[in-house]
Design a binder for this molecule. Structure first.
Ligand code: E4P
Length: 218
């Protein structure tokens, strides 16, 4: 399973990158705003900065809601860097734009997916990634993992190449469960990725190994 970090924070991207397990980055307009990145030039520059930090795909979201606007923005984003993936909302225009970009060989990520039917449409449009929002479904007492399982089954039935990018991941067990189900990618915060490192028995065992080594090597 590929690991993407879901942030526009350069320090956090660097830290995840330093672990050696990072495969890409996802951003969205809220994450960019959280970092205080505003204004077209600053936003475009920030995407390039992110691309220069990591080796994998970097999702950059369009803000237009109409097809022509999505195409215009998406083309501009795609021209920024070869690692850019054009992120499009799951709307009629977003699906049309996914088809347009897929026909041109430009990578896309269809976002804000909350049903298997939406994921099926994204795959038929040739999206590179589909982003079901696991955590936001869990937030409203709906089983987000079940949606990912349904999408996995549908894509496997027909051999769709669209990769399932489990998004809105909040914690370590989301990551583990996505891996069990067979999500192709997960995107989550640094805290969830770093959380995978932790186990008290590892800490206890290591302290014991060090103590025993020091006893024998005084
Ligand atoms: C996906 O690409 C989104 O950026 C993201 O995962 C949303 O996560 P949130 O529900 O924690 O905001």
């Amino acid at each position: 399973m590929k690991f993407f970090i879901d942030t526009a924070n350069l320090a956090q991207i660097k830290e995840a990158q330093s672990l050696g397990v990072l495969d890409g980055v996802t951003t969205n307009p809220s994450l960019m705003a959280k970092e205080g990145i505003t204004g077209k030039d600053n936003i475009l520059k920030h995407y390039v900065d992110i691309c220069n930090l990591v080796e994998g795909d970097v999702s950059a979201e369009v803000n237009a809601l109409d097809f022509e606007g999505m195409v215009r923005e998406g083309e501009e984003l795609a021209e920024l860097h070869e690692q850019i993936v054009v992120k499009l909302p799951m709307t009629k225009e977003g699906v049309q734009a996914a088809k347009y970009f897929s026909d041109k060989g430009i990578k896309t990520n269809v976002t804000l997916v909350f049903s298997a039917g939406q994921a099926l449409l994204a795959a038929k449009a040739g999206a590179t990634y589909v982003s079901p929002f696991l955590g936001r479904l869990d937030d409203v007492s709906t089983d987000g993992l079940n949606l990912i399982q349904e999408i996995r089954e549908i894509y496997d039935n027909y051999g769709y190449e669209t990769q399932i990018l489990a998004a809105s991941v909040r914690h370590t067990m989301h990551i583990v469960n996505c891996a069990k189900i067979g999500a192709d990618v997960m995107t989550g915060p640094l805290s969830a990725i770093a959380g995978l490192l932790k186990h008290p028995l590892t800490d206890i065992g290591l302290a014991q190994f060090i103590a025993d080594f020091e006893k024998g090597n005084k």
